[in-house]
Structure formats: C-alpha cells, structure tokens
Design a protein around this ligand. Structure first.
Ligand code: UGA
Length: 438
C-alpha cells in the first residue's frame, strides 16, 4: 500500500520505517528540512536500536522516501498517518495545534479518497475536531471529496520501538465506518494472519485507550514507589514485595520497579493531560492526580537521599551515573536525574556526570549551569567523588569494578536509585550503600 507518514519524530519514523519493512511504499514527511536532510544522507535524527538497518535496506529497495513536500506525499498515498508532536500546554492539557495544522494542509491538498489516521497521542474528541475541520475546508473548496478519520494509537517504547511495532501485545483501531475498517484489515493483514489481538472500536475509545494505558503503567510505578518509601521505614524489602506481587497473574511483574520516578516524553505528559482532561469533563481523576504527585515527590526523596549520604551538599562532589530517563536511549526529557542535578547544583555541590549515550543531550540541557563536569569515562567521573549516584540502570553499570572504583573516590558512598546492586555485594568492597525500599 502507499502510505504517507507526516512527522518523523520517534513515533513517525519508527512507524514509517516498519510499514516499509512490511512491504509498503512509505513516504516519511516532515517540515523540518534539517531532519529530512539527515535522513537522506543516511544518518539518523534519533537513537533507536535496529532502525538504521531497516532504513538502509528499504531506502535501497525504494520502499522508503523522505521529503518535506507534503503535497507530493499526500497525493501519492491513499493512507495518511499523522504522527506529529502533541506537547503539553502550560496547564498540562495537550496542545493539538500541529495535528490540526497537518489536517488542514491535507484538506487543502486532497483530490480523492484518503484514510487519515491519527497516530499522535491526542485527547478523546480530537478525531471529531479533525473531521469537522477537514469537511469545512473541502466544502469551502467547493469540491466533493470523501475521506475518513481514524485513530490508531501507538504503544512503542523508546529503545525497543521496532520490536514493539513488529510484536505488539495488541493493535487498537478507532474507526467510524466499514470502509476504513476494511482498509485497516489490509494495512495490518500480516498481524491478522498471526492472530495479534486487534481491537476495533470508535475513535474516542481508541484515543482514550492510549491515555488510560500510559496512566495505568505510570500509576503502577507511583504505587510501587510509595510502597518502597514505606518499606524503608519498616524494615521490609521492596524487591521481594514486587516479586511476590508480580507473581499474582492479576497484577503481573512489569512496571513494579521502584526508583526516582518515571520520566520520558510520554508518562509525565500523558498523566498530566489525562488529569486536565478529567477536570475539563467535570471529573478530576483522583488516582491520576496522586500518580503525578507521588512521581514529583519521588525526585525530592532521591535528592534527600543523596543529601543525607553526604551530610552537607555545599562544596561536595557528587557523581551522577546515568542521565537518560531509562537505559537504551539518549533521551533525557523529564529525566529525574536532570531535575535532581539542578537541585544539587543550587545547593552548591560540584557535579560530575557520566552517561553512555545521553551525554550530548545532557550537556546541551545543563549548559547554563556552572560546576557541572561531563566525562566520557565512568571511573574518571567518579574520581574524588563524595557520593556516586546511580540514576539509570545501564548494563555497563551492572559490571562496574568496585575495587577500581574504591581507589578513585574520595568517600566510598553509593546511592543506588535503581537497586542495581545488592547491599552485600557493595558493602564487601567497603562502600556505604543506600538503595531504594530496602
Ligand atoms: C511509554 C510506554 O511504555 C509505551 O507503551 C508508550 O507507547 C510510550 O510511553 C508512548 O506513549 O509513546 P517510554 O516512555 O519509552 O514508553 O518508556 P517506559 O519504558 O515505559 O519507561 C517510562 C519511565 O518509567 C522510565 O523513566 C522508567 O525508568 C520508568 N519505570 C519503568 C520505572 O521507574 N519503573 C518500572 O518498573 C518501569
């Protein structure tokens, strides 16, 4: 099929590239010329394991094109996927301006039937707004052109997005007629063949499923973080609590790892958007609000833990290991470590930072702050440190050489905010160790 994907961020690019891999002719479109040029030069504007190989292969096969020309892209395709960003407004609500702008562009271009699929995360009701906007424009053009709007939210995790696209737990499709439903059956033909659960519903329900799924996962994290905070006060071990809880099939083992709180471009934004949505609808959701509050407080608890481990922060050297919001990505958006670094910095600490992938983004973000130093080597970053803080559970950290580490630090203090290590393992090397919830 001929598919046009508008927006080449994480979601758009992964979606376009994977549809090309499945044998479709895909045109990835973006108004950011720099991004498109990077892609045309065979480079990547994002870090995502596995994507480079698929792009190279399908570019050569001519299954994949990159362009800034939305007219060409829309005219060449029957299926148009909108995957542009939906950032937060100041009050937490979702800014759908870019989605509407793209829909209007499409309405001004189309000359024959198109299925317009919203892949961006948008509040329930957005599909209807787009439908009305496009209808109005077509009417004002004094032409008669048929089109359908559909919602097909994504459930891709950064760092494993290709795998998630190719092996989804489920596919959610919001449609309002059988014509678009039949087209989706063609688009996802392979998934139907392999019995992937596919849920057809109305557009509003599909839009809500995305927010509900992210908010539920975020709630699980905030829940276990609260239990973890309580475990510390009553001599219980949260790792064993999580494991035992997770063995109950109704609960499941995933997303029960405590830490400094969830980050990234999705959970913080989507939980706030859902809360705002509820308020607007006349039902401010209590659990969602608590999820957000617990998450924000978890950063303060992490900061306090570091402070307690060195007594006074002024003039102390703190090493931060891991600034990516999770392993496998260079993304630092809403990363708890960035916020805590700023707090430590404002208390007069000198910060040494190391991350295997996210150093470039971190330097850019913290550029304006003094007394922050960036290292390309983990042990150099730990040199003469008063406290080493593990923020991201990178594999590289799991294999750290504690004997070597002990030789370079000033004070043998470790704060492990991801429970990467066991107390016994670290203490036998002479470190004072603080994990979470244990
Ligand atoms: C999340 C969802 O997992 C995807 O299904 C969804 O498609 C995506 O958002 C999106 O909306 O686009 P992602 O933001 O890539 O994916 O990251 P996750 O792997 O879900 O992790 C989010 C945060 O939760 C990270 O900061 C991670 O460290 C934290 N986390 C996760 C925990 O603190 N504990 C856990 O047990 C699991």
């Amino acid at each position: 099929m001929n598919i046009s994907v508008i927006g080449t961020g994480y979601v758009g690019l992964v979606t376009g590239v994977c549809f090309a891999l499945l044998g479709n002719k895909v045109i990835c479109t973006d108004n950011d010329e720099r991004k498109i040029n990077i892609l045309k030069e065979g480079k990547l504007p994002i870090y995502e394991p596995g994507i480079y190989e698929i792009i190279s292969d399908n570019y050569i096969k001519k299954n994949l094109e990159f362009t800034t020309d939305i007219k060409y892209s829309v005219k060449s395709s029957e299926i148009i996927i909108i995957a542009v960003g939906t950032p937060s407004n100041e009050n937490g609500s979702t800014d759908i301006t870019s989605v509407i702008k793209v829909a209007k562009d499409i309405a001004n271009i189309i000359e024959e039937y198109k299925l317009i699929i919203i892949k961006s995360t948008v509040p329930p009701g957005t599909g209807k707004i787009l439908n009305d906007e496009i209808k109005d424009i077509i009417k004002s053009r004094k032409v008669e052109i048929d089109f359908d709007i559909a919602s097909n939210p994504e459930f891709l995790r950064e760092g494993s997005a290709i795998k998630d696209f190719l092996n989804p737990d489920r596919i959610v499709i919001g449609v309002n007629n059988t014509r678009s439903q039949d087209l989706f059956k063609k688009i996802y033909a392979l998934y139907f063949k392999f019995d992937t659960p596919i849920i057809f519903t109305n557009i509003e329900t599909a839009e809500m499923i995305k927010y509900a799924s992210n908010a539920f996962l975020a709630s699980k994290i905030s829940f276990i973080n609260e239990i973890s905070n309580m475990c510390e006060l009553c001599n219980a071990d949260v790792s064993i609590v999580s494991k035992a809880m997770g063995l109950d099939k109704r609960i499941g083992p995933e997303f029960l790892k405590p830490g400094p709180g969830y980050g990234g471009s999705c959970f913080p934004k989507d939980t706030k958007a859902l809360f705002h949505m509820g308020k607007t609808l006349g039902y401010p959701p209590i659990i969602i609000k608590s999820t957000i509050d617990v998450n924000e407080n978890q950063r303060i608890i992490a900061f306090q833990k570091i402070k307690n481990s060195v007594d006074k922060l002024k003039d102390k050297t703190i090493t931060i290991l891991g600034t990516a919001f999770k392993p496998g990505t260079d993304d630092i958006r809403e990363s708890p470590s960035i916020q805590v670094i700023k707090m430590l910095n404002s208390e007069g600490s000198q910060i040494k930072v190391y991350d295997p992938l996210a150093l470039k983004n971190t330097t850019k973000e913290l550029n304006c702050l003094e007394n922050i130093y960036y290292f390309k080597d983990l042990y150099d970053a730990c040199s003469l440190s008063d406290c080493i803080v593990f923020f991201t559970e990178w594999d590289e950290f799991k294999n750290i050489d504690f004997s070597k580490l002990k030789l370079v630090v000033k004070t043998p203090n470790i704060v492990d905010l991801r429970n990467i290590f066991s107390l016994e393992e670290v203490e036998k090397h002479g470190f004072i160790y603080k994990g979470v919830g244990r």
